[in-house]
Design a protein around this ligand. Structure first.
Ligand code: FES
Length: 580
């Protein structure tokens, strides 16, 4: 895809504020000068926002102010004016009810901050899971030149000689404590080893996946995704990104030039190759919706189906992001896919050139971390999109994180009406459940929770765990942490809180899962299903006031990205003038 740069020099958007001698122009400049900015910085040079999700409440992004300084060096060096600003930071580990409920709020914050201020371009500083899609969604809706710098992953955790993968190890240890194979004292000791350095989760969880998606979409410089947060090369990446955005503004290289259907299809295929998070499904659908690309769930199945998972990282594999970086990182994967004809190497990136050109020289330094295709972890990676009378609008499953023996399974449903019901009964030794059953969790979708919690990989009952069983088929309208694993059917749509068929599953019903044939079936007659649906009444209470109510009333289903109905689309960069 070729790109023709805009002529330069030309009048920039920021000059609507800063150029001239009127009272308004003086007003705009004068207040900025209280920061010690010399007059010639308002001479028509590109004004670049540094959109920072730094927050101590988002520990994965707590080091981003340092990176912002590096971005500023690059911007000044290239002749731009950097202006850093904060936006709502959606921290995965602390935010209740779930960080996902605030992704769209953060995206709205980004969009309005970009449009309302005198900015010509923006560097998006993200890290923790939702911060990357939120920033991309907001920037895409304004469509000024934008580029991502990720915060980078934490260093490997180590505990008693074993790698401790963020999240993944937590779920494993928690199950081991329930099964009686690990003491609580050891669990507490392991806590000290889990988060060794600044950065985001070191597994191929959602943060690493979305950093990889930003790079695969062409919205970050090549190599951005995997550099550890504390590696000096992360600072270099920030510095180079600062330089690059200035040229992008001069060229007027916009998100809409880069975020094409080809870019999304490439990213879906890269997600299959890295064994990326199921959360990427929702986020890419939402980003696509902001630029008017008609991406669907079926694109995920179609594009990802024949892509082998070659990146041997937890939760699908063995290693962590630090080792992925040492092996060559995402550029190695992109080169292999492009050379095999599995992605379109001509897709445009923030570099102004095709993605294949960026990776032409890279080498794979560790073929156990990044496998050749003939030694893939899973021959068919990607995301399986299931349909059937239990999921008319689709559901997803990550084959590389599932158990092969459960990919075709028929079992008796054990139903939990919501997460509180699950918590109240899962440890009950009298619960009639064994490993052949199918655990069903309702009312955890975008509207039901609200925010679509990462509870789809609900833990197994202790009495099953004690038998040494580590996986069962689980079905819900929830999401799953990108660091989690198991034969887990997620995002079942329509969700229970909207009256989808999931809402009327009863304990004792038989459910058939057939991943090879992409089928999810509730074994009751059409007439019985229709009868139950006609009798269904929602038990979900509408939140009273505030963002939660707005979210409940306007959030779309997971099958289309769970964006707000009124935020979809690109509203552009134009802003009404105002006068003082
Ligand atoms: Fe922030 Fe995992 S909790 S990246």
């Amino acid at each position: 895809m070729s790109f023709t740069p805009a002529p330069w020099p030309r009048r920039l958007r920021s000059q609507e504020w800063y150029e001239g001698t009127t009272k308004d122009n003086i007003y705009y400049r004068s207040w900025m000068k209280n920061q010690g900015l010399p007059a010639d910085l308002f001479d028509g040079r590109p004004v670049i926002g540094i959109c920072n999700t730094w927050s101590q409440l988002t520990p994965c992004n707590a080091h981003l102010r340092d990176l912002a300084e590096r971005v500023k060096h690059g911007i000044y060096e290239a002749g731009g004016l950097p202006l850093e600003f904060p936006v709502f930071s959606t921290g995965e580990s602390s935010l209740r009810p779930t960080a996902m409920m605030y992704r769209n709020l953060a995206a709205m914050d980004v969009e309005e901050a970009l449009r309302g201020n005198p900015l010509d371009g923006v560097v998006l500083l993200a890290g923790c899971d939702k911060t990357t899609p939120a920033l991309l969604m907001g920037a895409a809706s304004v469509d000024i030149p934008a580029i991502v710098v990720s915060g980078g992953p934490m260093l490997n955790g180590w505990f008693r000689g074993e790698r401790v993968g963020s999240g993944t190890a937590l779920w494993q240890m928690s199950e081991a404590v329930k099964a009686g194979t690990m003491t609580n004292a050891d669990f507490l000791e392991a806590e000290q080893a889990m988060s060794r350095s600044p950065g985001s989760c070191n597994t191929m969880g959602t943060a690493s996946t979305m950093a990889s998606m930003a790079e695969a979409l062409g919205m970050a410089l090549s190599g951005n995704a995997a550099i550890p947060a504390v590696d000096s090369r992360r600072r270099v990446m920030a510095h180079l990104t600062g330089r690059r955005i200035v040229q992008m503004v001069k060229d007027d290289l916009k998100p809409s030039d880069i975020l094409t259907r080809t870019a999304f299809e490439n990213a879906i295929r890269v997600n299959g190759a890295i064994g990326g998070s199921t959360n990427a499904v929702i986020h890419l659908l939402a980003i696509a919706g902001r630029v008017g690309v008609d991406l669907t769930l079926d694109d995920w199945d179609r594009c990802g189906r024949d892509i082998p998972t070659v990146v041997n990282l937890m939760p699908s594999g063995k290693y962590l992001m630090e080792e992925f970086f040492y092996a060559g990182g995402l550029p190695v994967v992109i080169r292999a896919l492009a050379e095999a004809g599995k992605i379109d190497g001509g897709a445009l990136t923030v570099s102004g050139g095709p993605i294949a050109a960026e990776v032409a020289e890279v080498r794979n330094w560790n073929e156990d971390v990044i496998r050749p295709f003939d030694k893939a972890l899973t021959p068919q990676g990607g995301i399986a999109v299931l349909r059937g009378n239990l999921a008319p609008d689709g559901a997803v499953l990550k084959p590389s994180a599932a158990s092969p023996h459960l990919m075709v399974h028929r079992g008796r449903a054990v139903v939990f009406e919501d997460i509180d019901d699950y918590k109240a009964r899962i440890n009950d030794e009298a619960l009639e459940i064994d490993e052949t059953c199918v655990m069903v969790l309702k009312n955890c979708g975008p509207r039901g929770y609200p925010g679509m919690a990462e509870v789809g990989n609900m833990g197994l009952p202790p009495k099953v765990l004690r038998k040494g069983i580590t996986d069962m088929v689980r079905i819900s309208d929830a999401r799953m942490s990108g660091t989690a694993y198991g034969t887990v059917v997620l995002h079942t749509s329509p969700e229970a809180a909207r009256g989808g068929p999931l809402a009327v599953v009863r304990t004792g019903d038989m459910i058939e899962l057939d991943v090879p044939n992409r089928r999810l079936h509730l074994d009751v007659s059409d007439a019985e299903l229709a009868r139950r649906l006609a009798d269904w009444r929602s038990t979900v209470v509408r939140p009273s006031g505030g963002w939660a109510q707005l979210y409940h009333d306007h959030v779309d289903g997971a099958d289309t990205g769970a964006d707000m109905d009124f935020l979809k689309g690109c509203r552009g960069r134009a802003v009404a003038r105002h006068s003082h």
